[in-house]
Design a protein around this ligand. Sequence first.
Ligand code: SF4
Length: 326
Amino acid sequence: MNAPLLEIKNLQTHFFSERGAARAVDGVSLIMERGSFLGIVGESGCGKTVMALSVMGLIQSPPGRIAGGEILFEGRNLLALPPDEIRAIRGKEISMIFQEPMTSLNPVFRVQDQIIEVLEQHRKVSRKAAIEATRKLLHQVGIPSAEEHMRDYPHQMSGGMRQRVMIAMAIACEPKLIIADEPTTALDVTIQAQILDLLQELREVYRCAVMLITHDLGIVAEVADRVVVMYTGRIVEEAPVVDLFEKPLHPYTQGLMRSIPGSRASRGKKRLEAISGVVPSLFDLPRGCRFNTRCTYAFERCFVEPEPELLTVEKGHSVRCRLYEG
Ligand code: SF4
């Protein structure tokens, strides 16, 4: 099959309230190939999680609604499929790992029963085979003495172990795409590194693609092939990870770099620099470039002309900024 694994075209996901429509995802287009590892980076409220939930068919309506665009998975537009077909794809072909496993794991069921349920539902295996597969999965995601922990309830496990259980559930059906939304944010640094290594390893074993959503550009440097940087619902830069770190183009990406300890952009500085100002409200976006209220390079055209388009400046590297026009 020649179609990319995932192609998002001009996605518009809006939330409606008395204040009006908040365009949380506003015209996002991207492509993921099979087996690729894509990092989606941006501050909270930039639309990265809403985009992922849109792919999963998990936007709560109301107040949310996908107002336009297409989400093509192996060429099929997920937005046009009936709910039962979406349910069949979710968990089996595309699975998601959330930041806080306690919100996704059911506290009143044993860990093994929650994984078994996924296997029985999507793989139609016998109970005996599902129990054996669960034991193997828990072992594979690095739960020590998996046999002993299978009958634990989620609250009996550490945060790192719960996240491993979530990962076991996510890979149970050998999906083609795993979406991991801030999977390490709630964990301490050592466990963070282990979970990232595990995602890398599983990607190689299962040959699945991974979309890693994070506010931390330092994390994607270690694992991703490509990076998409989002701001106020828009992609502002996209590049292979090496190019982005060698030559970040957008002033916002450069600001994110300066806030990473030990990065090239922060080297020699006594203190890490934060990006000045705050992310504008989606109900009250600035005229012109949406980053103009925080940008140290802003000039007159950034305020008076319409928002810049996403420009490809070199192969595979695009940026939404007037500094690169012409
Ligand atoms: Fe800054 Fe202007 Fe570029 Fe926006 S278009 S990022 S305000 S220089």
